[in-house]
Structures are given as structure tokens and as C-alpha cells.
Design a protein around this ligand. Structure first.
Ligand code: NAD
Length: 268
């Protein structure tokens, strides 16, 4: 697996949002290994510097790895991040990955309205802005193909008795808007797919679970594999969806969950 000139993503220019941690960072590493030029974006420059340092350390011959601040809930930030790639030859791959699950997100009765709005501004509007500016960039550069991957979640597919209503609704919206975009832009060669990760070993969930073993067990028991997923297992799927290997995969809810959403009773 060489990074410059060869690889499954050789020569592709990619923007990754929420790239400083979890799935975004693991995807940045794999994208760089597979020969992509990567713009890592997030809301903290300090976190981005650390993350990009890790990518460069693990992939010393990476083609191009740069960072840029981008709050996905602000359209001007997203537009500027995508346009950053104009001088590279234009965007080919957009990974709309940034998302939050707020500690005060709850059920219909107890979710505060400001938390609902914050969650939807980042998780839904952020994906819309990323998709919109990806389409504009692909057209601007006369590209005949492009891949946009939007991160949803398995909670958009199955209900959960441990509620986070704003988050669940936001991820359902990601599935719906991605499906429609896939159809609208299919004849242009622009593919849109959703990634549906199961609960993972990333700070987003693990910080929230903390040392609470009962809370942890309540979730682990639903995995046929008996474990949470790893961020890199999501990143592997994103490489496939971003690459030309998935040229006939469009509008799909790409589920990477160890079989969780297909299970009734799991092995003891
Ligand atoms: P993470 O918290 O490790 O990473 C998310 C990144 O998004 C962070 O670096 C954070 O700084 C960034 N971010 C937060 N707000 C932002 C904003 N306004 N603009 C730009 N960046 C922002 O989480 P992760 O697990 O890697 O999550 C990535 C995606 O996967 C999210 O969309 C999340 O909802 C989804 N997801 C995660 C899990 C899980 O269990 N971890 C499961 C299903 C789906």
C-alpha cells in the first residue's frame, strides 16, 4: 500500500469533517495511506495539529495532508474548506462525518429545545452544507464522478430505549437527505451514501459511558460479536465508499455494525 501515486484513492482530493478524532482521524490515516490528498477539518486547531501529526507520523510518504478550522454548522466555513481544494484540482471526495451527541439530549419530554437545535444544526445542516458545496465544487471542476459519504448511525434504523431523541432524529434526516441526493445527482456521476456505524470505542460514546458498567453492559449485550466497534472498522468502509471500487453503490445505508441491527437474541 503506497501513498503517493498508487493506492485505492490515488490522486483523489478529499475533505473530512470532524477529522480530529474517532472515525474522522482513522479515515484520514487510511485515506492518506491509500494515496488521497486530505484536508482534515474540525473545530479545534490544537486537536487538528495533533491529529495531523499522527497521520504524518503513520504515513510519512503521504501525498498531502493539511488542516483547516471548519464548524460544519456554519455554511461559510464549509464553503471555504471545500474551496481550499480548488488549487489542488478540486474536490473528489467529501466525508461529512462531524456530529455530536449531547449529554442533555433525552426523550420527547426532557430534551431541551436548544439542544435539539444545536444537534440538528451540526448533524443535519452540516451534512447539507457539505453536500451542497461538494456538488458545486464537482461541477466547477467539470468532474464526471465524485463520492460523498455522510455519517448517520444505526439509531436511525432501530429504536433505542435509552433515548437521545434529537440525535436519533438528526441521523434519520441524514439517511433521508442522502438517499434523495443520490438520486438527484446520479446522472452526473456524483454518488451519495450514508455510513451507519454501531456504537463504537470513540470518545463520543465512551466518555459518556465512563466507568458505569451497568450502562455499558446494557449496550454490549446487543452485539452478536459481544463488543463495540472500532473507529478504524468504519474508516475501512469509508475508503471503499470513497473509492471507485464502489462505483455502483449509490444511495445506500451502509451499515457497519457487527450484525447488531440484524440480531434478535445474541449469543451468551
Ligand atoms: P468523536 O467525538 O470522536 O469525533 C467527532 C468530531 O467532530 C470531533 O473531533 C469534534 O471536535 C468534531 N465536531 C464536533 N462539532 C463539530 C462542528 N460543529 N463542526 C465540525 N466538527 C465538529 O466522534 P466519532 O465517534 O468519531 O463520530 C463521528 C461521527 O460518527 C459522528 O457523526 C457520530 O454521530 C457518528 N457515530 C458515532 C458513533 C459512536 O459510537 N462513536 C456511532 C454512530 C455514529
Amino acid at each position: 500500500m503506497a501513498s503517493s501515486g498508487r493506492g485505492r484513492l490515488a490522486g483523489k482530493n478529499a475533505v473530512i469533517t470532524g477529522a480530529a478524532g474517532g472515525i474522522g482521524l482513522e479515515t484520514s490515516i487510511l485515506f492518506a495511506k491509500e494515496g488521497a490528498n486530505v484536508l482534515m477539518t474540525d473545530i479545534s486547531q490544537e486537536a487538528l495539529d495533533k491529529a495531523a501529526g499522527k497521520v504524518k507520523q503513520l504515513v510519512p510518504d503521504a501525498s498531502r495532508v493539511e488542516t483547516r478550522l471548519c464548524d460544519v454548522s456554519k455554511e461559510a466555513d464549509v464553503k471555504a474548506a471545500v474551496e481550499h481544494l480548488d488549487s489542488w484540482g478540486g474536490l473528489d471526495v467529501m466525508f461529512n462525518n462531524a456530529g455530536i451527541m449531547h449529554a442533555r439530549d433525552d426523550d420527547a419530554l426532557n430534551t431541551p429545545e436548544d439542544i435539539w437545535d444545536l444537534t440538528h444544526n451540526i448533524n443535519v445542516k452540516g451534512v447539507w452544507y457539505g453536500s451542497k458545496h461538494a456538488v458545486l465544487a464537482l461541477r466547477r471542476h467539470g468532474k464526471k464522478k465524485g463520492s460523498i459519504v455522510n455519517t448517520a448511525s444505526v439509531v436511525a434504523l432501530v429504536g433505542s430505549a435509552t433515548p437521545q431523541l434529537a440525535y436519533t432524529a438528526s441521523k434519520g434526516a441524514v439517511l433521508a437527505l442522502t438517499r434523495e441526493l443520490a438520486i438527484v445527482h446520479a446522472r452526473e456521476g456524483f454518488r451519495f451514501n450514508s455510513l451507519c456505524p454501531a456504537p463504537l470505542n470513540t470518545p463520543l460514546l465512551q466518555d459518556w459511558l465512563g466507568d458505569d458498567q451497568a450502562k455499558r453492559h446494557r449496550r454490549e449485550v446487543h452485539f452478536p460479536t459481544g463488543r463495540f466497534g472500532e473507529a478504524v472498522e468504519q474508516a475501512q468502509a469509508v475508503v471503499f465508499l470513497a473509492s471507485d471500487e464502489s462505483s455502483f453503490v449509490n444511495g445506500t445505508d451502509f451499515v457497519v455494525d457487527g450484525g447488531m441491527t440484524k440480531a434478535y437474541v445474541t449469543p451468551e
